[in-house]
Design a protein around this ligand. Structure first.
Ligand SMILES: Cc1cc2nc3c(=O)[nH]c(=O)nc-3n(C[C@H](O)[C@H](O)[C@H](O)COP(=O)(O)O)c2cc1C
Length: 206
C-alpha cells in the first residue's frame, strides 16, 4: 500500500471480528517494524504486552469503562513505558566503540537519573511514537487498531503484572475490523494548526 494511502485511510476501529485471529508469527512481524521507531538516545522505553487470553481481556475491559473493543479484539496490546530505561544504556550501547560509550553513558545517566518527571515524559514519548508506527504498520497489513487511554491505569497494571518501574502508556486494540469506521472525524484547519515562527505568528497558507 502507498504510504500516504495508509495515513489517509487509517481510522480508529471499534468493532472487531472476534474469531479472526492474528497469529503470534504475524504479531512478531508487525512488532519487528514497530521497534524501528525512534527514541531518545535509542533507549527504546517500550514494552508491548499482547493479551490474547479471553479471561484477562474481560477483566481489563471492566477496568476500561466496559469498552467493547477491549473484549472483542483478538489481540489487546498494553503499551508500556519503562521509567528507568536509561539504566539499560550500557546494554544498548554494548556494540558501540569504547571512546563513544565513555562519553555518552555518563551523559545519559546525568540527563535522566533522579529526574522523575523527565523519565515519565520520555517513557510516554517513546511508547507513543511506537504506538503510531504500530497503527500505520497494522493498517498496511489490513488490520484495524484503536489507541485507548480510557482505563484505570492502576487496575490494568495489576492485571498484567506491571512492576513499579513500568507505566501503561496506552492500550491498543488490534484485529480485523467488523464494520467500516464512521466518516472521518473533524480535523482543525492547517492555518490554525501550523503557526509561522512563533505561536502568535500567522497561520500557514499555501
Ligand atoms: C491517546 C489516545 C487515547 C484514546 N483513547 C480512546 C479510548 O479510550 N477509547 C476510544 O474509543 N477511542 C480512543 N481514542 C481514539 C480517538 O477517539 C480517535 O483517535 C480520534 O477521535 C480521531 O479519530 P481517528 O483515529 O479515527 O482518526 C484515543 C486516541 C488517542 C490518540
Amino acid at each position: 500500500m502507498e504510504f500516504s494511502e495508509v495515513i489517509q485511510q487509517r481510522q480508529s476501529i471499534k468493532s472487531y471480528q472476534p474469531d479472526k485471529e492474528i497469529s503470534d508469527a504475524e504479531l512478531k512481524e508487525l512488532i519487528q517494524e514497530v521497534v524501528l521507531s525512534p527514541s531518545s538516545f535509542n533507549l527504546q522505553h517500550w514494552t508491548f504486552i499482547a493479551v490474547k487470553d479471553t479471561g484477562i481481556k474481560e477483566k481489563i475491559q471492566q477496568a476500561a469503562w466496559g469498552q467493547e473493543q477491549v473484549g472483542t479484539c483478538p489481540v489487546l496490546l498494553v503499551i508500556c513505558g519503562k521509567l528507568n530505561a536509561h539504566q539499560d544504556a550500557s546494554e544498548i550501547y554494548k556494540n558501540v566503540p569504547k571512546e563513544v560509550t565513555e562519553k555518552v553513558l555518563p551523559l545519559i545517566n546525568d540527563f535522566y537519573e533522579g529526574k522523575d518527571q523527565l523519565q515519565r515524559d520520555e517513557a510516554i514519548r517513546s511508547a507513543s511514537l511506537a504506538a503510531m508506527t504500530l497503527m500505520l504498520a497494522a493498517h498496511n497489513r489490513g488490520w484495524g487498531t484503536v489507541p485507548m487511554i480510557g482505563f484505570d491505569p492502576e487496575a490494568v497494571s495489576k492485571l498484567v503484572n506491571l512492576k513499579p518501574n513500568y507505566i501503561p502508556v496506552m492500550m491498543m486494540a488490534l484485529g480485523y475490523k467488523q464494520d467500516d469506521p464512521k466518516p472521518r472525524a473533524y480535523r482543525r484547519p492547517i492555518e490554525e494548526v501550523v503557526r509561522m515562527n512563533t505561536l502568535d505568528g500567522p497561520g500557514l497558507k499555501g
